[in-house]
Ligand binder design. Structure first.
Ligand SMILES: NC(=O)c1ccc[n+]([C@@H]2O[C@H](COP(=O)([O-])OP(=O)(O)OC[C@H]3O[C@@H](n4cnc5c(N)ncnc54)[C@H](OP(=O)(O)O)[C@@H]3O)[C@@H](O)[C@H]2O)c1
Length: 222
């Protein structure tokens, strides 16, 4: 599958690009500047020559041509960026991983974007796309380190059942990650906001936490 990552030059987007490429997908890593994308992709190729082979550098518009498109910009750029490439996103699955947060001193505070969540704002900006919210809680540094799996549950929500299933399938392909169906896009608000708690734990315990839920032992797709 060809997967585009808009805003792919940051730690979250580039880490995800690496994991998806390692799973056998062709990844188009996008940026506002194709040069910046090329620099990031070159570094990925240098560090992970075998696994990063199928990552290609591009601008955001080209990344938006992927079959599934990930929005990996900061939260306040997510819906304007999605809208700017909206004609390419029509009819496609758009995975939004952005969290609306602000750091005030040592405290992370969740923000409430228009429509309650970043993902809902993206859905409103590209109404002909199938927006799925996922991957908010996965630590980017670990995502970008193929030497270790990222043991984590991933909450996935969307108003579009088939789009949600496709994103869950994709997440299943990343070692030790388990996607969980968290319901409709309304759930994106608490999911995004909860990231502030995780970042607070990271500071308190000088670590990078991930999320695991007990009590769900069966097939997450059942
Ligand atoms: N970091 C994490 O651990 C983590 C984990 C899960 C989810 N997330 C979420 O994933 C998203 C990306 O995280 P990140 O840490 O990778 O973010 P980041 O490094 O701050 O930003 C990612 C990329 O977005 C682009 N960008 C920055 N400002 C922009 C603007 N005003 N308009 C358009 N594009 C802009 C930049 O790419 P160019 O300059 O190359 O265009 C940048 O490299 C965030 O929303 C974050 O909440 C992060």
């Amino acid at each position: 599958m060809e997967i585009g990552i808009v805003g792919g030059t940051g730690p979250a987007g580039s880490g995800l690009a690496l994991r998806l490429a390692a799973a056998g997908h062709h990844v188009v890593l996008g940026s506002r500047s194709q040069e910046r994308a090329a620099e990031v992709v070159q570094k990925l190729h240098e560090r992970w020559p075998e696994q990063a082979g199928s990552i290609e550098a591009a601008d955001n518009a080209a990344a938006a041509s992927g079959e599934i498109v990930v929005i990996a910009t900061p939260w306040d750029a997510a819906w304007t960026t999605a809208k700017s490439v909206g004609h390419r996103l029509a009819g496609k699955v758009v995975l939004c991983m952005a969290n609306a947060l602000i750091r005030v001193g040592h405290e992370f505070q969740p923000l409430v974007p228009p429509r309650g969540s970043v993902a809902a704002s993206v859905q409103a900006a590209v109404p002909s796309s199938y927006v799925v919210a996922a991957l908010h809680h996965v630590p980017a540094k670990e995502l970008g380190d193929l030497a270790h799996p990222v043991e984590s549950d991933v909450l996935v929500c969307s108003d579009h059942a088939e789009a949600k299933r496709q994103c869950m399938e994709l997440i299943t392909q990343i070692p030790d990650m388990r996607p969980l169906d968290a319901g409709d896009l309304t759930q994106a608000a608490p999911i995004e906001a909860f990231t502030a708690v995780l970042l607070q734990l990271n500071i308190r315990y000088k670590t990078r936490v991930a999320v695991k839920f007990t009590g769900i032992d069966g097939d997450p797709f059942a």
